[in-house]
Structure formats: C-alpha cells, structure tokens
Design a protein around this ligand. Sequence first.
Ligand code: PLZ
Length: 457
Amino acid sequence: MPSTTLLGVQTDPIKQQRNLVTELPGPKSRALDRRRSAAVAHGVSSSFPVYVAEASGAIVVDVDGNALIDLGSGIAVVSVGHGAPRVVEAVQSQVERFSHTCFMVTPYAPYVEVCETLNELSPGDHAKRTALFNSGAEAVENAVKIARHVTGRQAVVVFDHAYHGRTNLTMALTAKNMPYRDKFGPFAPEVYRVPMSYPYRDPDGMTGEQAATRAIEQIERQVGADNVACVLIEPIQGEGGFVVPAPGFLPAIAAWSRESGVVFAADEIQTGFCRTGDWFACDAEGVVPDLLTTAKALAGGMPLAAVTGRADLMDGVHAGGLGGTYGGNPVACAAALASIETMKHEDLIGAARSIGAAVEQVLRPLQAAHPAIGDIRGRGAMMAMEIVRPGTTEPDPVATRRIVHACHQAGVVVLSCGSYGNVIRLLPPLVIDDALLVDGLDVLTGAITEVLAGAAI
Ligand code: PLZ
C-alpha cells in the first residue's frame, strides 16, 4: 500500500529486499563522509559509513539508493522494526500535542503509563516503582545511586567483560579498556570486578553454581559482603561478547545477594523487550532482580531509559533525589507505549524464538564445517559466534573484521563485539520476514566461507 509523507506526497513503501545499486559506501555516502571528517569529532566513529536516507522494517536505504538488510537494529534498539506504524503514529500525535514540559515541573500521563507498564512486565509480582531517564548509562548510574542510598553502602560489584556505558561511573563499571576507557580516567571509586561465568572459556565442566562460588568468594575476600551496595550484571552480556552464563549462575548470585542485604541489579538494556525470546533475559531462569535497568528497545528508536525496582528501594530516595530535564520525555514515552503494544500485538516474543531457531539452523552446520567458529551462543534473536584460530580458543579479531567487512560489502549490516573483538553478533529487528533473514544469513555464510577458507590453511 502506498503511504503518504507529511508533505502529502505518495511514496512506495520500502520493499523488504536487499538491493545494491552502487559499491558500498557509494559516492554520496563518501561525499558525506568527507564533510563529516571536517565537522564531526573523530572520537565518534561509525563501523559502516553508509549514510542512511530512510528505513523500514528490517531494511535501511542509504543516500545512494542501496537497500541494506539490518541485522543490528541500531544495537538492539528497533526491535519493532524501523518505522513501526504504531510508533510513528504515536510520536507524530504526541509531538503535535506537546513535546516537553519536564516531568519534574508539570507532569503528564504517558510517563505514568510507561512506569505502570514496566512495573507489570518486569520480573516478579512484588510492588514496584519506575523512574525514567534518557540513556542506558544514565539508568545504570541511577540504579547505583538508589542502591547506595538505601543500603548506606558504597561498593559496586561488576563482572569481567561487562559493558554498562561511557559516563564516568559507567566507564568504571565497564570492563574493556579500548575504546571505552583508555586515558579517560580517573574513574569512579568503589567498583570491584569479579569473574563472569563464560562457559566457552571457563575450565571444562564448570557449572553455573561453581562459577558463582568463584565470584562470591572473591567478593567476600576482597570487598566484604557488608560493604557491597549492589551487584550489577547483564544476564546475557552484550558488548562483552554475548556471553551466556552457565545455568544456575544468575540464580546463585541473586540468592547470595538477597542473603547478604546486597541489591541485585540486572542490566537488561541490551537483552530486554522480547530480544531473548522472553520479556527479559532474567525470565529464562525465573530470576527476580531488585532493580532492573532498561533502555534501547524500550522506545523503538526514541531515547528513553528506565530503572524499575522494588517499591521499598525505589521509594527509599528522598523527593527530588532522582530526575533530569529530559528524563521520560513525552514523545519518547508515547513511542515506548506504542513499541510495547506492538511487541504484544505482533507476538515478538514468539518471533524472537523463531529467529533464534532459524539462525541456529544456519550457524550450527557452518560451525561443523569451520573449526574457526569456536562457539555459537545466545538466546532468541540475540545470537553470536566467536571466531578463533582453528584448533585453539585463541581469538581471531582479524578474521572477524574481515567477515564483518565482507557482509557490509554485500549489503548486510552486522556488528562485532567481545572483549577480544572476535564475536559476530546478530540482532535483527524482530519483525524481519523469513526471506530477508534467509538472504542475510546466506550473505553471512558466503562471507564466512570466503574468509575462513583462506584463513584455515
Ligand atoms: N548497558 C548492557 O548494552 C549500550 C553501546 C555502544 P547507552 N550498548 C551499546 C557504544 O559503543 O557506545 C549499553 C548496554 C548495556 C548499558 C549500555 C549503555 O547504554 O544508551 O549507550 O548509554
């Protein structure tokens, strides 16, 4: 069906098909990139510098007219797809009514409705409260503020390979030096890092419970349980390499936290909102966090983040202690309500599970053919593979970069991640249609075959 732009022009909807009309990046993207170099700080970089003109569903169209398959969703943000109709409608109608008053000055209903919705969807049926912010890092900062305030303790425990943001406190919480932390110190104090459960790299046969004991012993020995305000963990790590802890790890850490008066905070900024085939990754093992941070897919592309948690903790902070000018912006809140409505209506939990099954069906045989694919892991529509030197577990970031580059050249947006830069991750919009997913995975298969056939000598 043709759609109408704001100017009243009839346009054809973007076809859900890959279509390349120039080399990538094309001439118009290259021209923009030259202007960018002269205008944009070089510290901000792009992994695939094709400049976007428009996007719909799982297709991104660049300024040269190339239609690319998006297997990254803007880092797990547009799970409902680009230009999801409900989100577009909600944003347009909210922006026409009012775009900002500041919730701390004169409040409005959409903020309250987002909080009600998050309290209902998040794990656990206890009394909850939510506060809204702008970015993931800001949500994490506020979770730590709340945990410290209500416990009267200072230490924050985080894990190897963790990623929590780029602000001063969240840089301290993030594990990887390059590019996130290098020479940006001094970092916030009272942050302690303990080993994560990383089945591919842990000693053979180490269970989740054993990995939890390893972490807990270190906390007790090096920090002291009584000093810990919160344990902060991504239930499946994102930037760190889609590390899925062994079963039993999260429940054991959560149980220890409860017994020790430590706030257990789950960072579901990347894993949240149907991505893993559940509303939240914690749901898979029935883990109920005291505090939960969300962002990214929450508002389908508008900047919005949240801390949701136990009412007694959240309400333990004095009035005026939490906030910010833009936090819970009404347009972002309208987008969030429409995104969540889309997730429910389109059964994106089911979609994430089917995507996961389809991806595994392609990746498993590939792994059998290529010993350089050391590990395939993930859950739902959050799948990844770790590229290593064949016959070892030694990371191969060079081959990883080549595979990603070959996908880009063929018009498929894929992202890498991992502490060692050797993980290729797939985060497609959950509304991607089967044919497009198959085409995207074909391109990935071709890229892997081309690069690893050369590397496996
Ligand atoms: N916590 C688990 O995944 C953001 C970062 C990309 P912000 N991940 C993408 C980059 O290189 O900056 C993230 C996350 C988890 C926190 C954050 C931070 O969210 O919205 O980027 O601040």
